[in-house]
Design a protein around this ligand. Sequence first.
Ligand code: NAD
Length: 392
Amino acid sequence: MSQASPNKVRLAIVGCGNMGSSHVENITKNIETATIAAVCDTNPEKLQQAVEKSNGSAKPFSNHHDLLKSDACEAVIVATPHYGHTTIGIDAFKAGKHVLVEKPISVHKADCERLIAAHTDKKLVFAAMFNQRTDPHYKTLKKMLDAGELGELVRVSWIITNWFRTQNYYDGGGWRATWAGEGGGVLSNQCPHQLDLMQWLFGMPTKVMAFCGLGIRHNIEVEDQVTAYLEYANGATGTFITSTGEAPGTNRLEVVGEMGKVVIERGKFTFTRNEMSAIEFLKTSDKAFASPKTEVVDIPIDGNGGQHREVLANYVDAIRNGTPLIAPAAEGIHSVELGNAMVYSSMTGKPVVMPLDAAAYEKKLKELIANSTFVKKAAPVAAGVTDLSGSF
Ligand SMILES: NC(=O)c1ccc[n+]([C@@H]2O[C@H](COP(=O)([O-])OP(=O)(O)OC[C@H]3O[C@@H](n4cnc5c(N)ncnc54)[C@H](O)[C@@H]3O)[C@@H](O)[C@H]2O)c1
């Protein structure tokens, strides 16, 4: 970690679209220990809007090479389309800058490995925008799991189908939902948050089998619905169901351990506690149809945490004071590997025994890009600023 600095951290945002411009605004308004010293976008209009959002503090750059050659910033935030996270992240490390990349840290596992390998100077901070790690529901669950309150993991089920997106969403933003532009669909764009939480909370599965529907509800070539089955080393199982074509959607995480069950849904955190271990009970009970006595505890939890603002502030604190990161970017490889394994399993019709073969997946992705015949229809451009309130 770098030395504590009394001065404001000079940040540059690379990619000033929906997310990047929101970061410009968030930092300008809320983070006193940093300044938006530079903004970079290949689209002149987005660049100009970002300068305005920084209240004029930012120097504009039309490409990241010029930005990185300059002395305008000491740290970058990469919020370009996903493929750029790897290339721009690597270039930023070569230029000696601290790096925060948006999720997913890269499109596929081999690119994650390349990006992580470029972080050779450990004095440079390398963070990822996994803002949902700040949500107190998941933080509480993590504490319970780490303290062993649920005992051995038995089953995890996450239904995360409230990522509804319209055809208009996919038609706008030329890079979205193509193999060449985005490298995937719901697993690459919306679900990195939940896939990261899955690995953060439960570790990595040993086997992944999945069924991904490509363009089932939308005119796109990538996956817009997924049902996955996971197996963990101790025999625990998991299911992960997602879609961008289902409304009303669901966001329900159900975690069963030997000592009880946690359900997180609609902002409520319910723990149904077993009086004794269910694993022990089933082995030792002298009755055929008995089950452990339970107690239902609603754990009161307020709000959703600091989200992007908290991760941005944490990045700045890590640069200034060496504060531990909420989401070290190297951990971002796991969510990418999970998503890639789901797509690979679906395409090969076979379970993936983890770890995923990164080279095999990259080859498959290149084939998908080479064989793509999909032609994108441009969406009518909506007037004004994109409303992100239904996102994240
Ligand atoms: N953490 C979150 O909650 C969250 C939410 C939305 C998006 N994101 C992530 O942010 C990234 C961007 O998504 P978005 O919705 O803002 O997309 P967007 O299309 O609105 O913005 C991307 C911007 O990057 C610019 N750009 C493209 N290539 C560039 C390059 N080489 N150099 C500089 N600028 C370049 C584009 O001109 C555009 O303005 C994605 O990786 C996405 O997954 C994260």
